[in-house]
Design a protein around this ligand. Structure first.
Ligand code: GDP
Ligand code: MG
Length: 595
């Protein structure tokens, strides 16, 4: 055990975590040159393309230092706010953390929030200034920020470049010298915590765990404490570049278990694994069910593909337990599913995976958060779909989820950032100067206001010099109304939105204007209206079409005419009939494209 080091990497997105991790793997010869591809840890196609790590993974390296061989377990953590619970579990599995800060950028919001998590778990922090090869690096300034933040000595801060490999050996040596060896007793009852899992289509779920006490042997009968389910440890092992089967994983170490589990829901990050015969009475604390924060309807474009969509969602849920879905139907869109996501990025990823991996063409409705309606009857009703909004006459009050947002920006942009937060119904809680030029601002904001374009707007008003992180703080009462959209008098249920009363008029007007752009002219005039209750608050008109589009082909090129008709037919597939109006798929996301 004294030769094991468990560590993770804390970094803001793009500060170079994946690149540096790759260097560590190379330096320790965990991968051969041939196997070396950029950003090895991000092995999902999507992750690679988006340059983000979606699921955390673990990898074991061997490193010789002063004549002894050390086992270094690197536990990779996702950097995005949507996945913060996974970050906290990965951190709990470690004794140390590399704090990587881009020397050209300085401390950013996600650096700080993840750093707090690491400090909460008493991790040894090794600060690393990365991207030292860049001429724009500001090592003194950023080192000041780090010293202010964690109270370390200047000499403790390492300098490195994932690009050139500079300083990578120092990082490895510091991990061995500074990160404490794990503690624990291999003779005690088995106590292991699951910090991640991945779905393998051939073998079922691989759960990754950290052993705190005891030993897990191949073939052991184990129990997952929280779900109460029992399994045989069919295969256990350690994660090198590929899984490497072992007979035993002991206290202090990190490994994987394959036990014929087919459903991701049975494997809860944070759960404890113990033996059926000799269970531990120490349950690692901190288990938490990840709750979806954002909801949207997903419908097949082709209504015949409903069952196929269900199967695809079921398969996605096998390897992503944080995805929830239940059947719903919409007058405009037919049969589909109301899905719950951790955040907007998670939603985009699911949508993209449905299209890429399952070849589904889907319509996603405007996302919303989950509201709580308190009725005059004393009943409470959770609303995840605006069309379930109760009759306003029955409502006592409505609550919506709020978050605490932490924004770090340059002093020059504080004014603009605050204006944005206030526009989004935010309430300022605190403002701290981290250095002369960097300010941390804490705002409480409705989650609904940040799920759409907040992040993009923030980047714009701060010219890119703002970073953002948040965590939920519970429900607060808000003055919300239901905004309906009507096409020629027919309400389009999939376009209804819950919105703060003060914003209903502006949003209604914008949606009508956007729909007028998106809905093609048809044989008759189309009235687009926005309404709150029975009151119409905005109106636009799409004028009738005069000519038959194929008319100009008559007598002309017949193949051109056929092409045109085919194109129209294809376009039709992406259209939905609402009353007598054909509505393009893009219209259902119109609210997201408003400026
Ligand atoms: P992550 O989001 O923290 O995993 O960051 P990545 O490792 O994906 O790096 C983000 C970007 O910075 C990529 O374009 C890298 O090529 C680049 N990068 C990473 N490390 C360095 C470095 O030390 N020097 C330079 N110049 N670029 C780097
Ligand atoms: Mg990365």
């Amino acid at each position: 055990m004294k030769n094991i080091r468990n560590f993770c990497i804390i970094a803001h997105i793009d500060h170079g975590k994946s690149t540096l991790a790759d260097r560590l793997l190379q330096e320790t010869k965990t991968v051969t040159e041939r196997e070396m591809q950029e950003q090895l840890l991000d092995d999902m196609d999507l992750e690679r393309e988006r340059g983000i790590t979606i699921k955390s993974h673990a990898i074991q390296m061997n490193y010789d230092f002063n004549g002894e061989t050390y086992k270094l377990n690197l536990i990779d953590t996702p950097g995005h706010v949507d996945f913060s619970y996974e970050v906290s579990r990965s951190i709990a599995a470690c004794e140390g953390a590399l704090l990587i800060v881009d020397a050209t950028q300085g401390i950013q919001a996600q650096t700080i929030s993840n750093l707090y998590l690491a400090l909460e778990h008493d991790l040894e922090i090794i600060p690393v200034l990365n991207k030292m090869d860049l001429p724009s690096a500001m090592p003194e300034e950023v080192a000041d920020q780090i010293v202010d933040l964690i109270g370390c000595e200047y000499e403790d801060i390492l300098k490195a470049s994932g690009k050139t490999g500079e300083g990578v050996l120092d990082v490895l040596n510091a991990i061995i010298k500074r990160v404490p060896a794990p503690e624990g007793d291999p003779s005690e009852p088995l106590q292991a915590m699951i910090f991640d899992s991945v779905f393998n289509p051939y073998r079922g779920i691989e759960a990754y765990f950290r052993v705190y006490n005891g030993e897990l042997k191949k073939g052991d009968k184990v129990k997952f404490v929280n779900t109460g389910k029992q399994y045989d440890a069919d295969e256990i092992g350690v994660l090198k570049l590929k899984p490497e089967a072992k007979d035993k994983i002991s206290a202090g170490d990190v490994g994987y278990i394959i036990s014929g589990i087919k459903v991701a829901k049975e494997v809860k990050v944070g759960d404890t694994i113990t033996h059926v015969d000799r269970p531990t009475n120490k349950i690692v604390k901190g288990f938490e069910d990840v709750k979806p924060m954002v909801f949207a309807g997903i419908y097949p474009v082709n209504t015949d593909e409903y069952e196929e969509l269900r199967e695809s969602l079921e398969k996605l849920q096998l390897n992503d337990a944080s995805l929830t879905f239940e059947p719903e139907s919409s007058a405009a869109l037919g049969f589909g599913f109301r899905c719950g996501f951790l955040g907007m990025l998670h939603m985009e990823i699911i949508q993209e995976r449905l299209e890429r991996e399952f070849d589904m063409t889907v319509i996603t409705t405007v996302p919303n958060v989950s509201y709580m309606a308190h009725l005059k009857s004393g009943e409470e009703q959770a609303i995840t779909n605006p069309s379930d909004f109760p009759d306003p006459a029955d409502i006592d009050y409505i609550e919506e989820p709020f978050i605490s947002a932490q924004i770090i920006t340059k002093a020059d942009f504080v004014g603009q950032v605050m204006n944005l937060c206030i526009e989004k119904r935010g309430i300022m809680k605190n403002q701290t100067y981290l250095t002369q030029d960097r300010v941390e601002i804490i705002f409480e904001l409705p989650l609904a206001e940040i799920v759409f374009d907040f992040y993009d707007r923030l980047k714009t008003v701060s010219k890119g010099y703002a970073s953002f992180d948040y965590y939920p703080i519970g429900l607060h009462a808000s003055n919300l109304v239901k905004l309906d959209i009507l096409l020629n008098g027919d309400q389009v249920d999939a376009l209804s939105a819950l919105i703060h009363k003060d914003n209903a008029f502006t949003l209604g007007k914008k949606i009508c204007a956007k729909l007028r752009e998106l809905i093609p002219r048809q044989q008759f005039e189309i009235a687009i209206q926005a309404a709150v209750g029975s009151k119409i608050i905005a109106r636009e008109t799409v004028r009738a079409l005069r000519k038959d589009v194929t008319a100009k082909c008559y007598g002309g090129d017949i193949s051109r005419k056929r092409k045109l008709l085919e194109k129209q037919k294809k376009g039709k597939k992406k259209m939905r009939q609402v009353g007598n109006v054909e509505v393009p798929q893009s219209a259902f996301m119109a609210v997201l494209q408003l400026d």
